[in-house]
Design a binder for this molecule. Structure first.
Ligand SMILES: [Zn+2]
Ligand SMILES: [Zn+2]
Length: 137
């Protein structure tokens, strides 16, 4: 059986373990499929991180490191509800505040970021709670 030595891992493998390459000297790649897969995985991880970094910079003007330290500060939990979930950067007029879950971020948005509306909402909920308690008593 025809074999070829992978230039990456140095293993001598059957030709079928190498992907076809039109431009290659032997019509196959110099690295085995496994090494190729590893390489692509690393490449994509790299681009993903770079993309996230670029997005953070562009949208919030912060670095990936800054984002990670915020994440660490909040122990990966939402600043408001404390849920451990996917977090978004809460930013108001270009100033990054904290990391929130999507729900809490939306909550602030629909309340127009108005503390009075949110305080009134709390009052409303408490009033309703008390009414329920009175009924049950
Ligand atoms: Zn290999
Ligand atoms: Zn939350």
């Amino acid at each position: 059986m025809a074999t070829k030595t992978c230039t990456k891992c140095g293993r001598s493998l059957p030709i079928s373990e190498f992907a076809k390459e039109k431009k290659g000297l032997y019509g196959i790649r110099s690295q085995c499929r496994e090494c190729e897969k590893e390489r692509l995985k690393k490449f994509y991880q790299g681009t993903k991180e770079a993309r996230v970094e670029a997005m953070l910079k562009h949208r919030y003007g912060i670095t990936l490191d800054a984002y990670r330290s915020m994440l660490l500060d909040q122990e990966g939990c939402c600043f408001i509800c404390g849920k451990e979930t996917e977090l978004v950067v809460d930013h108001e007029t270009g100033q990054v505040r904290a990391l929130l879950c999507r729900n809490c971020n939306v909550l602030l948005g629909v309340a127009h970021e108005d503390p009075f509306i949110l305080a009134a909402a709390i009052q409303y909920l408490e009033m309703f709670d008390r009414a329920v308690e009175d009924r049950e008593a």
